[in-house]
Design a protein around this ligand. Structure first.
Ligand SMILES: Nc1ncnc2c1ncn2[C@@H]1O[C@H](COP(=O)(O)OP(=O)(O)OP(=O)(O)O)[C@@H](O)[C@H]1O
Length: 742
């Protein structure tokens, strides 16, 4: 029942009118239905002692048939009026729902009323017949009914509305005691709902509209009611589909309620926010904000906010963000809040079209409506998505995941909802506004994949930027239920600056939480960093990177080589030539591997420059270390020895030598430029990390002895370089992340 309640439309756009019913809670709605919707079988509704007394005029009350005339001119209706209804002091509509049930003292006795009844059988009015035992469709709420009735009546011309009130009063004397002439639209709807209940109010309105020959308005009202039911079913489907998060790589992973995980994210408008380049040891000027055009923060409810949408004529919003930064979570939050009636209730149908799912449609061509019904079978009941009063919104999450390239500029024009077309034609035309111009479209994507979308189709560009400092702490507090453990985790992360910085990426937070939760059970929290980064890389490889490996087994080696050689030059920006030089594509690294990103920076007033880089400078350092480690493992090279690196074909490769070269390199470098690189390289010799890198490595080795020798070397170096004590100690932590287990 709670579920159903939550799915009702909570907005009360017509304000005080609905207040006559108190709260919208379903119990009260049922109250209305039970108390007001008396089982009016033919005999009963005449004698229903609700709150009117009837004095018959000379001729009998107009029969249903007599009212069913096309002649609804004011005069005709007057002539047909055969019933005089005595007003009582208080109007029915002004009764509170409880006081209304009490009969006024002067009300005549039922016997008197019955005596005054004509002897003929009462006219048949099927619209008044409601079986109180029959379960009302849960989508039919007070709020919805109130809204659609008001909407329908608003469409009537003044004269029609007057006539509507008169006919209503004349035709249903058993219901309406007082004349309705003086009431405005809200008053009439309030009165109808109060006296007749939800279904009967709708039914009598439909009957009257049809009788008045206002077929279009009647059809629209009927269409809205049908769509309201479909929307209810759609909300149920969406709730089922989106209420959980699946922790891990598959849907078989551990399920958690989305609500228990989701934390606020940073969202900015403009899309030219630089990557987060905060670093524990260095200032990375080339990736920093240019200071121009301060980014304004947005809350997620401001996405497709009605006022903004109207003021700025927004139809298509594109939201970009680096891999794992929280785009899909933002979408999920939007959907669930809509389902729960918490936000964006002006949207009637919210239809997510995740590209992941669109990839699974195997037909060469498909009609747009067929596609919608394939994903949401309840939508079969709706033949047309262009229906006044039913704002539709599509959410196309993860454009970067879409398997078929879309050439927005040269794609065929398509506006037919029913004729089959290729999926990329449908998508391009939906985004362009040729298909369903009135619909809102929200597309999310990793950067780069946004480039083909023509600027004129992007009415608003937003960017998801992950967690702020407070939000990342809030994430751990929210997702680790035991308060004390959560605090331990937060203070642990704060004590490790790189970890803390990197936690601006929510996916990284998830990795950190998983690792720390496990370690909390088995003892000390690890001070090592490499494991977290390796887990993140592993996740990216498992998510999409395998596809890359199947095309180019050396992809990550090449990416690492680029990372390393740029690091050697102190460069963090990847230029076009760099991609070429290393035989890589920005698209593969950004979109598929998820390890790079792209942003725009204002160069001068009219010109924006594109900046490619790794998702974070520390990821560049990690990948550089990976390259050195892979070269050692796979090709038996010690890259750090420079041009005179050694080859040990078939001979024993000395890891300690490699470690020593790296330690010396880091100690010789000014200002700690290789400190993190060194830590990552040392950490890769740990078995658990090699296992995670399994897909890139041919074998895993223990290296226990080598690690111990390296640790001794480091201890020696600590004496020589006491000022580098802290990082050298961290290097030992990387070699032995769980000292108590060794
Ligand atoms: N707002 C959030 N609250 C809590 N956790 C989040 C949030 N956003 C993201 N996460 C965590 O990060 C993971 C990745 O997030 P999400 O899938 O939304 O990223 P994305 O930007 O869509 O990434 P991709 O580009 O890879 O599709 C989620 O599975 C979740 O564990």
């Amino acid at each position: 029942m709670e579920d159903e309640d939550a799915m009702s439309d909570n907005s009360v756009p017509f304000g005080y009118g609905a207040s006559a019913f108190g709260s919208e809670a379903e119990e009260e709605e049922e109250d209305v239905a039970v108390h007001r919707e008396l089982p009016l079988r033919a005999m009963e509704w005449e004698s229903a002692p609700e709150s009117y007394d009837v004095e018959r005029a000379a001729s009998p009350a107009p029969s249903y048939e007599s009212m069913h005339s096309d002649d609804f001119s004011g005069a005709g209706a007057d002539n047909q009026c055969r019933i005089l209804l005595h007003r009582q002091d208080s109007s029915a509509s002004s009764c509170g729902s409880s006081s209304c049930d009490e009969k006024p003292e002067e009300e005549p006795k039922q016997e008197e009323m019955i005596q005054e009844k004509p002897s003929e059988a009462p006219p048949l009015k099927p619209e008044l017949l409601v079986d109180p035992k029959e379960k009302r469709y849960p989508a039919l709420t007070v709020d919805f009914t109130f809204k659609v009735l008001c909407n329908s009546l608003r469409q009537l011309a003044k004269e029609h509305f007057k006539r509507f009130k008169r006919i209503l009063w004349e035709r249903y004397p058993e219901r309406f005691r007082d004349r309705l002439d003086s009431l405005d639209i809200i008053g009439v709807v309030d009165t109808m709902l109060e006296i007749c209940g939800l279904e009967v109010s709708l039914k009598i309105t439909l009957v009257l509209l049809n009788d008045m020959n206002l077929k279009n308005i009647a059809e629209h009202l009927q269409g809205l009611c049908k769509r309201n039911e479909v929307r209810y079913e759609l909300k149920k489907t969406l709730r089922r589909k989106y209420q959980h998060v699946y922790e891990g790589l598959t849907q078989q992973g551990q399920q958690k309620l989305f609500e228990n995980v989701c934390t606020d994210l940073l969202i900015t408008e403009g899309g030219n926010a630089a990557v987060n380049s905060e670093h524990e040891f260095r200032q990375i000027q080339e990736l920093q904000e240019d200071g121009r055009g301060k980014k304004s923060l947005l809350s997620f409810t401001q996405i497709f906010d009605t006022a903004v949408v109207e003021r700025r004529h927004i139809r298509t919003v594109i939201t970009k963000g680096s891999p794992g930064i929280g785009k899909s979570f933002l979408v999920q939050r939007f959907i669930l809040d809509w389902v729960e009636g918490k936000s964006h209730q002006d949207i009637f149908f919210l239809l997510p079209l995740p590209f992941k799912e669109l990839n699974q449609v195997t037909e060469e061509t498909i009609g747009f409506m067929d596609l919608i019904c394939r994903l949401y079978p309840e939508m079969k009941e709706v033949d047309n998505l262009e229906f006044e009063g039913c704002q539709v919104m599509f959410i196309c999450d993860g454009l970067d995941e879409y398997a078929t390239p879309i050439d927005f500029r040269n794609i065929a024009y398509w506006c037919d909802h029913n004729e089959p077309a290729k999926m990329n034609v449908l998508i391009a035309n939906l985004i362009r506004g040729n298909l369903l111009y009135s619909a809102y479209v929200w597309v999310t994507t990793r950067p780069v994949a946004i480039n083909p979308i023509p600027a004129e189709c992007i009415h608003q560009l937003l960017e998801v930027r992950g967690f702020s400092n407070e939000q990342r702490e809030a994430y751990f507090r929210k997702t680790i239920p035991e308060k004390e453990l959560a605090e331990r985790v937060v203070s642990h992360i704060k004590s490790c600056k790189t970890l803390y910085i990197m936690c601006h990426v929510p996916l990284f937070c998830w990795v950190v939480r998983k690792v720390l939760e496990r370690d909390l059970q088995s003892g000390e929290l690890p001070k090592a960093l490499t494991h977290f980064y390796t887990k993140l890389l592993h996740l990216h490889i498992m998510m999409r990177g395998q596809k890359l490996l199947s095309q180019d087994t050396d992809f990550f080696l090449k990416l690492g080589k680029m990372a390393f050689q740029l690091l050697e030059k102190g460069v963090f920006r990847i230029e076009k030539e760099h991609w070429k030089e290393y035989g890589l594509g920005a698209e593969d690294a950004v979109v598929t591997a998820g390890l790079c990103t792209q942003f725009y920076r204002e160069k001068c007033m009219m010109y924006q420059e594109k900046v490619d880089c790794f998702i974070h400078p520390t990821m560049q350092e990690y990948l550089a270390a990976l390259y050195v480690f892979l070269s050692f493992k796979k090709h038996k090279k010690n890259i750090l020895e420079g041009p005179k690196f050694k080859m040990f074909p078939g001979s024993k490769v000395d890891l300690v030598d490699l470690h020593k070269s790296a330690i010396d390199k880091a100690l010789q470098a000014q200002s700690g430029n290789y400190d993190l690189f060194l830590r990552f390289l040392l950490g890769m010799s740990v078995e658990a990390n090699q296992e995670l890198l399994g897909i890139l490595l041919s074998n895993t080795a223990s290296y226990q002895q080598a690690r111990e020798q390296t640790a001794s070397y480091i201890k020696k170096k600590i004496k020589e370089y006491p000022e580098r004590l802290e990082n050298l100690q961290r290097c030992i932590d990387e070699l032995f992340p769980h000292p108590q287990r060794h």
